[in-house]
Design a protein around this ligand. Sequence first.
Ligand code: DGL
Length: 275
Amino acid sequence: MNDAPIGIFDSGVGGLTVARAISAQLPRESMLYIGDTAHSPYGPKPIADVRRYALEVLDTLVAEGVKMLVIACNTASSAMLRDARERYDVPVVEVIGPAVRTAMSTTRNGRIGVIGTEGTIGSRAYQDMLEVNERLEVFARACPRFVEFVEAGVTDSAEVLAVAEEYLAPLRHADVDTLVLGCTHYPFLEGAISYVMGPEVSLVSSDTETAKDVYRQLVSRDLLAGRDAAPRHVYEATGDSADDFLRLAHRLMGREVTDVRLVQTGAIHVLKGFE
Ligand code: DGL
């Protein structure tokens, strides 16, 4: 069981930021990554649809025998925060809780900003979790065009900065001292976001915070891969073109993803990766 892979799921390639952070901290772990490119992007979709797509992918990962589920997508995590833990026997790690905990311990003035897709911000998942602490004031803003920029490989143009200025102005005026980057793609825009917010605002990124949570859970549940484990990283996509996934993965992450298999989630699942 311990040498079974960690199952990582995202709407597409953005969750590779989380996979990369996990593999940096846990190099002996095998990973099975599914990007639901057939339904990507999740951000603008109704939350009920996102929930249905996400459950299909998670069911698929569990059928593959993963030892843990990581919901790397913020929109999917927002849509099914409680459901996934009730549905599966394996531990489920999502991206919102870890980022919220770090933001809570980072803020000095109690004013926290959150940015994400329309789905994530509209669900109020981050806001509700942060506002459990009555001392905190939360300022949330959807930044839908950020995903488009990152997927186009544009992170440093004048247009990116102009759009960032527009999206982030209310958060700057609200005097937040901590900003949660609540989307898989936003780590690629940290330069622009930090430039606009100013160096005194701390940025909390869900990829590294989630990787720490994965580490913590594997250790505390005695699920770490064995010392002699030979790690395998397998990437699957649900869309009809592996080339699109690879092209975007290479643009975002460099060459570490070399091969992508196409799978179907839901009723029919054809491939078994770790038999
Ligand atoms: N992965 C999504 C998230 O973190 C961003 C991309 C999408 O809209 O599907 O919210």
